[in-house]
Design a protein around this ligand. Structure first.
Ligand SMILES: Nc1ncnc2c1ncn2[C@@H]1O[C@H](COP(=O)(O)OP(=O)(O)OP(=O)(O)O)[C@@H](O)[C@H]1O
Length: 249
């Protein structure tokens, strides 16, 4: 049986603040299985983005291990880790790695170009159209809104078809219609049998579209819900804010 696509074991992450070490994540263990869309939620400052960046191999854990497609990110050379990210991992972060001097079309085509391929024009146009950016092919990211830039990043992921997609507030900067388009595209990616999506979100409606929701509190994994409703997610978030454990939900 194939293992999880993303696996974190006892992850701690500490940053240096002046002369002190401040630990942000305190031994988080979690996995994302093939065909699964997972959300990470929690109060501001609970460590969601830090966890996402660490699982994505953009940061290394201070202790513990992270495996992407069964490969330990702490054991790979920088070049091998960069190659793994380039070939197998997609990022839907606002403006993440969009090249300001390239057009939207060229940005979406870039991962394939970096692999020495020439992607079919139709694939790129189709990906941009799927995220509602038809007609933006020749536009450069610098003159786009944050939400439009995020949708270019999503179109790049759609065209690239990576095995693992990490998203940070993928609908945060979008209007209702664009948010629904983006969420639908992410669900389609996640529900292919050999792919998965892990997204950070503050939005219970987004979380309710996910197969599983993990709740962080003060750097600890506090709770987990499977296929929750938006109301259940909102109730648990309120509980976490009040009791710090979500134990009464
Ligand atoms: N590079 C860094 N150096 C020092 N401290 C950091 C660094 N990155 C994050 N932190 C701290 O770690 C804590 C968690 O930050 P993180 O961005 O992971 O939280 P979050 O749950 O994603 O918050 P939000 O919902 O507000 O985006 C915060 O107190 C933040 O200030």
């Amino acid at each position: 049986m194939p293992g999880p696509l993303v696996l974190g074991r006892n992850i701690t992450k500490a940053y240096r603040a002046g002369s002190r070490e401040v630990e942000i994540l305190h031994g988080v263990s979690m996995a994302v299985e093939p065909g699964e869309m997972c959300a990470v939620m929690g109060p501001s400052g609970s460590g969601k983005s830090t966890l996402l960046y660490t699982l994505a191999g953009l940061e290394l854990p201070s202790t513990g291990t992270v495996q992407l497609l069964g490969r330990d990110t702490t054991a790979l050379s920088r070049a091998a880790l960069a190659r793994l990210r380039r070939c197998e991992v997609g990022f839907v972060f606002q403006a993440y790695n969009l090249v300001p001097t390239l057009t939207a079309f060229e940005n979406v085509a870039l991962p394939a170009r970096l692999r020495g391929e020439k992607p079919p024009t139709e694939t790129i146009r189709h990906a941009l159209a799927l995220v509602g950016l038809e007609g933006f092919e020749e536009t450069r990211p610098v003159v786009m809104s944050g939400g439009e830039q995020q949708r270019v990043a999503l179109a790049r992921v759609i065209a690239q078809r990576p095995r693992i997609v990490f998203a940070d507030e993928p609908t945060g900067a979008l209007d209702t219609h664009s948010g629904a388009v983006v969420l639908d595209a992410l669900r389609q990616i996640a529900h292919r049998p050999d792919q998965c999506v892990l997204t950070v979100t503050h939005d219970p409606v987004v979380a309710a579209q996910c197969d599983r929701v993990l709740f962080l509190h003060d750097g600890y994994l506090a709770r987990e819900l499977t296929s929750p409703s938006a109301a259940e997610v909102a109730a648990l978030l309120t509980d976490l804010a009040v009791t710090g454990t979500g134990a009464s939900s």
